[in-house]
Design a protein around this ligand. Sequence first.
Ligand SMILES: NC(=O)c1ccc[n+]([C@@H]2O[C@H](COP(=O)([O-])OP(=O)(O)OC[C@H]3O[C@@H](n4cnc5c(N)ncnc54)[C@H](O)[C@@H]3O)[C@@H](O)[C@H]2O)c1
Length: 350
Amino acid sequence: MPNITGFGVIGAGTWGELHARTYATTPGARLAALCDLDGNRLAAVNAAAGGGARLYADYRALLADPSVTAVSIVLPDFLHRAAAVAAAEAGKHILLEKPLATTEADALAILAAARANNVTLMVDFHNRWSPPFYALKVACDSGELGALQTISYRLNDTLYVPTQMLRWSAQSSVAWFLASHCLDTLLWLTGARAGNDAVERVYSVARSQVLHTLGIDTPDFYQTILEFRSGLVVHLENAWILPEGAPSIFELKCEVIGAGGAYYIDGSLHGAQKITARTIYPDALVAPIVHGKPVGFATESIRHFAHAIIDGAPPIVDGLDGLAATRLVLAMEESTRRAAPVAVGDLWST
Ligand SMILES: NC(=O)c1ccc[n+]([C@@H]2O[C@H](COP(=O)([O-])OP(=O)(O)OC[C@H]3O[C@@H](n4cnc5c(N)ncnc54)[C@H](O)[C@@H]3O)[C@@H](O)[C@H]2O)c1
């Protein structure tokens, strides 16, 4: 009988369910354990993943389970540090949901714990598996687009996300929840970590009116300019206040202009529309369920981690990528507070 690697999921909420179902349907892997404070969620997610996982209310008990080799940590953004450090100290490999952490101290503590305990740490920046972004990366690397000049990048959610989907939205922000994805994508596209480019300055403006009026104390949006050493200028928009009647829960556009060509992504329209009393764009790209199994690029990212652990290979996204994105979101916040551009240093130094 072939070896089957046991995976645990800490946090069985909206996104934890995808992690659980992905492990349960990945050859060579099995969903060994699930943890959540909410017993109803535990039962529902276990059932959706085929049953059979050991269920825990306390993640420390899950981390003591010898049938678990690696864990996904899918807790609210501001709770990542304690669980990630405990997982590393228990010798479990970690797939940590983005953002790595919401403070520099938390980010560095997680990286130090992973290093000290020699465990693999991946941050779930799944855009790297998105077919339109991957094709853009290939076009950038081949030189086909020439030197990048401008990028206009918009990733917004409808009001549903901060008002209904996330009970903890006031303890996070659209910058942590959405901009962290975009910032990792930009660093990846430009080859910044390999030294091919660097962010020199970040200028962000945020406003708090709509959500504040609804009793949720977190910014409505950030409008951000990132200046790169190469001359590339990026305009990044992240808002949490699209109307709930929008046809998709998120809106994604990325328009790249290089000296030799342009590349446009519209990621909100997945090539499918369902029209009944209203029109919606069903998810056909991110994490749809096909014949009972999750597929799509967000699933691919989780499967990549599973394969990395099973094969003993390093994942293509690691903790340092998470640190870089965390530092850029912190720069956005600082710029907003100072109402001025903020200079950016080395994003990867520990
Ligand atoms: N990669 C993506 O595109 C993506 C999408 C959605 C969410 N996320 C990230 O995933 C994480 C979770 O988001 P979500 O939308 O699933 O949130 P959620 O609120 O739906 O789920 C969080 C779960 O954690 C549980 N929980 C809270 N504290 C706990 C504790 N101490 N011990 C055990 N369980 C605990 C809650 O009961 C809840 O079920 C966040 O970091 C978020 O940013 C990523």
